[in-house]
Design a protein around this ligand. Structure first.
Ligand SMILES: [Zn+2]
Ligand SMILES: [Zn+2]
Length: 367
């Protein structure tokens, strides 16, 4: 079974693209991590490689039979489909920051290794161009996944342009990005862009149950995943991760009621961590989003007149501003804005007077 949950519309689109006279040779799958971007790219790879997708040689045996029904492709049973699903296909290649495909310039005598580099470097692009010039091992169509695609350095971006635009017929690219606005326009314009959004909670829950997850756990994991099936699957496989998330939310609660000095200490710690461990910082930003969404929902439930309603209305305004600040911080971080500045700005935008405790007069907090 494919790991993908949700996105029926995108699947239809990928089918149509794969069956068109001129399937796009560069896709951009843009959307948050955990939504299924990579699985969708692999779906496209299967569509282009499934043995049932084209009539075998000697198709006249089948007379004028219609091509197999769309729903049978990819079959997930033939050799290419299985190898793609298992992650063992030799022609599905991922280019990421680090040493992947690094190919020093001809005659370059010393090329320092760079397994921890944060960019996709020009030596790696050289490796891609070299690879693309050769035939795939066994695939009809090789796929090169570039993830995350916003990490091209300027030189490497320019160097890959021509290959991206006109790869030989046996190679397609799939660019994966949570921050497509950080990708240069000349690259964007060469890709068929597909926006991958979060998935409805009920759809994720049903998808987990279909995969044999116990209903109660499926419901809990779907809720905690906030629209990201990949994360929901991880939660279902390892429920302890939800405890980690709960602790993050408790931390948000503490910071939200803390003094400015404490908030800045927290910001400093997060910015420092961003340099070595982006994933946990992004997780924490997600936790902040969940935190303020909960506040917003709670406040929006209060209606009518009187002091409680007045406080609730202020809460709605405060939480809405906070959510905008969270989104902006996430965008800024991914667009390589100075982490400290981005996080400070976010924390300054959080209201402090609206956390259910005594209402404080603190106009300065509504930045
Ligand atoms: Zn197949
Ligand atoms: Zn290199």
């Amino acid at each position: 079974m494919s790991g993908l949950i949700g996105h029926p519309g995108i699947l239809r689109e990928l089918h149509a693209l794969a069956e068109s006279a001129d399937p796009p040779h560069a896709l951009l799958l843009a959307g948050p991590e955990g939504t299924g971007r990579t699985l969708l790219a692999l779906e496209y790879a299967k569509l282009l490689n499934c043995e049932r997708a084209v009539p075998p040689a000697g198709a006249s045996l089948f007379g004028d039979a219609l091509p197999p029904a769309v729903s049978n492709i990819p079959c997930n049973e033939c050799r290419p489909c299985r190898h793609i699903n298992e992650g063992t296909h030799p022609d599905i290649i991922t280019l990421a920051p680090g040493d992947t495909l690094c190919r020093p310039r001809a005659g370059e005598t010393s090329h320092e290794r760079h397994p921890l580099s944060r960019d996709i470097r020009i030596c790696q692009v050289r490796g891609v161009i070299d690879l693309v010039s050769r035939y795939p091992f066994e695939a009809r169509t090789r796929m090169i996944l570039i993830d995350p695609a916003e990490r091209f350095g300027r030189d490497s971006a320019h160097t890959i342009l021509k290959t991206l635009e006109e790869p030989p017929g046996h190679t397609v690219f799939a660019l994966i990005s949570a921050a497509p606005e950080a990708i240069i326009e000349t690259i964007l314009s060469r890709c068929r862009r597909i926006d991958v959004h979060t998935v409805a909670r009920a759809e994720i829950e049903a998808g987990l149950v279909e995969r044999g997850v116990a209903p109660a756990l499926a419901a809990e994991a779907a809720t905690a995943s906030r629209g990201r099936p990949g994360r929901a699957l991880a939660f279902a496989n390892e429920p302890d991760l939800m405890g980690v998330r709960k602790r993050l939310l408790e931390r948000c609660e503490r910071i939200a009621t803390a003094s400015n000095a404490d908030r800045f200490r927290y910001s400093e710690e997060m910015a420092e961590r961003w340099r070595r461990d982006r994933a946990t910082v992004l997780n924490e930003i997600d936790a902040w989003e969940a935190f303020w969404e909960d506040r917003l929902r709670a406040a929006a439930r209060v209606s009518g007149q009187g002091p409680a309603a007045t406080v609730a209305r202020a809460d709605v305004v405060g939480a809405t501003a906070a959510l905008r600040a969270v989104q902006r911080a996430r965008d800024d971080l991914q667009a390589q804005v100075m982490a400290r500045a981005a996080i400070d700005l976010m924390l300054l935008s959080f209201p402090r007077s609206t956390l259910g405790g005594p209402v404080q007069e603190d106009t300065a907090s509504h930045a």
